[in-house]
Design a protein around this ligand. Structure first.
Ligand code: ADP
Ligand code: MG
Length: 357
């Protein structure tokens, strides 16, 4: 009887409120609205006026402002290295996203929100995210760790008593998660991901070619030619920067091999971290993973040759998720569609979390 009443109440609440899923990534923030799909996909950047402490712009608009604003306006990433750097700014960002997602579709009650957070997050930070979402008008807030959300988004059978593994290579961090029976069995959050590859490229070009390039150029170069093994044909791309000897602008071409040399060390380090997670995975689950493979998500999954490279290094089949950049937010959408089935996957408010690294 109570159950029927609960379901009934749930249906009525849904009529008067929106269901929103948010992937609060270090590089990109995505928002899913039930019935409408992914409605926001913007960089996780907030422009702040340092004199007044006010938020001037969020997302794409804030990124657009980078380097073009007076000195007192700075661009901030609210989630740095998987850690919430500033509660106020995160709160403003969530508020902007929740309002924008509902614009034109506002309902009587505040939305129900499922938020994906990096797996290394502490309980204090989870509370901060919950409070921020409530302050932004959410009626009901649920938090899920991103590797789990990615696994759900990739449609892995997470409820089965069989293990699977997801490696989500984002901007600030890579999340490695081992999943079984609807929950995370093991997880690790390491600070080797897209941003590190960018700074590797900046460093390599400076040391090898005496050319100073910006972070943005490094990222464009990475997306254009980054790979972990030589392809059939070499790739090249033109980069522009400041010659460190003459101080004047100079352009040169950089090859996929140069980029491989730049990011090689970080890649090796990343593989070591993944191996460590495998070493601490219970043998039965390890056997499942060997059979079903490791699933790659996040923007870093798009680096050319990565699945084959990891396969060789780990001795386990590796599968790149379809549309790896949206796996987490799609997962939050699946959870919203069937909250009851994913109770185990959500973080409870009394869960004691400690950062893994
Ligand atoms: P986060 O979840 O931390 O916000 P994302 O999963 O959105 O991160 O991935 C962003 C990262 O992926 C950035 O570092 C970006 O440079 C990188 N990235 C995006 N596309 C590619 C690509 N085609 N090749 C290599 N790296 C990519
Ligand atoms: Mg992510």
């Amino acid at each position: 009887m109570l159950e029927i009443f609960r379901n009934y109440k749930e249906k009525i609440l849904q009529l008067f409120s929106n269901d929103i899923g948010i992937d609060l990534g270090t590089a990109n923030t995505l928002v899913y609205v039930k019935g409408r799909g992914i409605v926001i996909n913007e960089p996780s950047i907030v422009a702040v006026n340092q004199k007044t402490g006010q938020v001037v712009a969020v997302g794409a608009q804030a990124k657009e402002m980078l380097g073009r604003t007076p000195a007192h306006i700075t661009a901030v990433r609210p989630i740095v290295d998987g850690v919430i750097s500033d509660f106020e700014i995160t709160s403003e960002m969530l508020s902007y996203l929740i309002n924008k997602a509902q614009s034109g579709h506002t309902k009587l009650l505040g939305p129900r929100v499922v938020i994906g957070v990096p797996s290394g997050i502490t309980s204090v930070e989870v509370r901060a995210v919950r409070d921020a979402a409530r302050a932004a008008g959410a009626r009901d807030v649920h938090v899920i760790e991103e590797p789990l959300a990615a696994a759900i988004g990739i449609e892995l059978p997470i409820h089965e008593p069989r293990g699977s593994m997801v490696i989500d290579i984002g901007g600030g961090t890579t999340d490695v998660g081992v999943i079984s029976m609807g929950g995370l069995v093991k997880s690790r959050n390491v600070r080797i991901a897209g941003d590190r590859f960018n700074s590797d490229i900046v460093g390599h070009v400076r040391n090898e070619f005496k050319l100073l390039i910006g972070e943005k150029t490094a990222e464009d170069t990475k997306i254009a030619v980054a790979s972990v093994a030589p392809g059939k044909v070499p790739f090249e791309v033109i980069i522009r920067g400041r010659d460190l000897v003459t101080g004047l602008p100079r352009e040169m071409s950089i090859s996929d091999q140069d980029v491989r040399n730049a990011i090689g060390h970080s890649m090796e380090e990343l593989i070591e971290k993944v191996k460590e997670v495998l070493e601490f995975t219970p043998p039965e689950i390890l056997a499942d993973i060997m059979q079903r493979g490791v699933h790659l998500a996040g923007g870093g999954a798009l680096i050319r040759g990565l699945p084959e490279f990891l396969e060789n290094a780990l001795g386990i089949p590796v599968i790149v998720a379809i549309d790896p950049l949206t796996a987490v937010v799609r997962g939050t959408g699946v959870v919203l569609n069937d909250m009851a089935a994913y109770q185990e996957a959500l973080l409870r408010s009394d869960d004691e979390l400690v950062p893994t690294e």
